[in-house]
Write a protein that binds this ligand. Structure first.
Ligand code: FES
Length: 148
């Protein structure tokens, strides 16, 4: 177990890191080519905010971490299906489902912290590749890591 891992917590799988956050923001760039779909205006999603949208007919939430990283993911929590636009909140660099407090990072990895502060892995949520360019937040339904 590494130095900062908490007792009992599963080690994050380094291969599960699917998106480089630095690649998500290109405020000076034009619209991305390919199958990207604009899901929200960049101005409409301030740091720490969540909004709902659709991506190729699927319900998604568009949110931004407190550091400003945009994220597009499935709208429904994988635990008991709460809609994260109404039952979610951004806490730091994660989105929290306020129904039972599962948290998800920008790559969709799920966690829950117990009363002792231990973070345990929970179910993951689908996070879609997303980019910010030309004033819009863009996403695509291909699995994260697909070629833009
Ligand atoms: S429904 Fe989201 S944590 Fe239970």
């Amino acid at each position: 177990m590494t130095g900062d891992a908490r007792a009992g917590a599963a080690e994050p799988d380094p291969d599960a890191v699917k998106v480089n956050d630095a690649d998500r923001r290109e405020p000076e760039g034009g619209p991305p080519e390919g199958t990207w779909v604009a899901v929200a205006s960049g101005e409409a999603v301030a740091p720490g905010e969540i909004t709902e949208s659709t991506l190729d007919g699927a319900d998604v939430v568009v949110w931004r971490t407190e550091a400003g990283v945009p994220c597009v993911m499935e709208a429904r929590c994988p635990h008991q299906w709460s809609h994260l636009a109404g039952s979610g909140a951004v806490e730091g660099e994660e989105i929290v489902c306020l129904t039972h407090f599962w948290t998800f990072d920008t790559d969709g990895r799920g966690w829950k912290e117990n009363l002792a502060g231990r973070r345990d892995r929970k179910g993951d949520i689908e996070a879609y590749p997303c980019r910010e360019a030309a004033g819009e937040i863009w996403a695509r339904r291909d699995p994260v890591g697909g070629n833009p």
